[in-house]
Design a protein around this ligand. Structure first.
Ligand code: DX5
Ligand code: ZN
Length: 225
């Protein structure tokens, strides 16, 4: 598959109806989602607890696009095979999750997935520089991870720096946290190509009234065109 740097919207199902994930995934894809973003939290690396591998495996048959799994867990390595078995297309680990992120990215690729590396707002770009040759994606967090619906923290200078280092290499830059039609243009202009959005996509809609999902995604796309 050729590398695609056009802007993609990845709704985070953290903002979906937790009693109805299958239909929520189908609805948001039917309304135009490019990827599905799954936030895995362990109650230790971040102060919230979400989906283990069996839950992610249950989401898999509903995802027809691309299942993007964001691990907010530490340690990571002992869970890589379980998330591969669950069907993740992209598995992203945090650079802050342990002393050996290089080994983690190698292990994700050996397990047959694309490998992403995430940075918290307090972590400088330099922390991922030596990891770029192994990365398919860099995730720049624009909130402190753990919860949806938080206020955007401006990380455009960091995005710009990483985009310059990437050059022509086939590496995505993903933004996660507080993405709205107001903030999306800032990060896209700086070089991001994958926009995660939870509350800004799911607000106002439901599986029985999914049209707002499409309207919300079109509003984000319109803001960057
Ligand atoms: C935060 C998660 C995000 C979150 C984004 O820890 O990684 O994916 O769901 O939610 P919004 O778009 O509401 O900021
Ligand atoms: Zn996320």
């Amino acid at each position: 598959m050729t590398f695609d740097r056009s802007v993609k919207i990845a709704p985070s199902i953290l903002s979906a109806d937790f009693a109805d994930f299958g239909r929520e995934i189908q609805a948001v894809e039917a309304e135009g989602a490019d990827w599905i973003h799954v936030d895995v939290m362990d109650g230790h690396f971040v102060p919230n607890l979400t989906f283990g591998p069996p839950a992610v495996k249950a989401f898999r048959p509903h995802v027809k696009t691309f299942m993007d799994v964001h691990l907010m867990i530490a340690p990571v390595d002992s869970y890589i095979d379980a998330y591969a078995d669950a069907g993740a297309d992209m598995l992203t680990a945090h650079v802050e999750a342990g002393p050996h992120p290089h080994r983690t990215l190698q292990a994700i690729k050996v397990a047959g997935m694309q490998a992403g590396i995430a940075l918290n707002p307090g972590t400088p770009a330099e922390a991922v520089r030596e990891l770029l040759p192994l990365a398919d994606m860099v995730l720049v967090m624009t909130v402190n991870p753990g919860f949806g619906g938080q206020k955007f923290i401006d990380m455009t200078a960091k995005v710009r720096t990483i985009r310059e280092w990437i050059g022509d290499r086939p590496i995505h830059i993903q933004i996660d946290g507080g993405v709205t039609p107001e903030t999306a243009p800032l990060v896209v202009e700086a070089g991001a190509d994958v926009l995660v959005a939870g509350s800004a996509v799911f607000k106002g809609g439901s599986v029985s009234n999914p049209a707002p999902y499409g309207e919300n995604m079109r509003a984000i796309r319109a803001s960057i065109s």
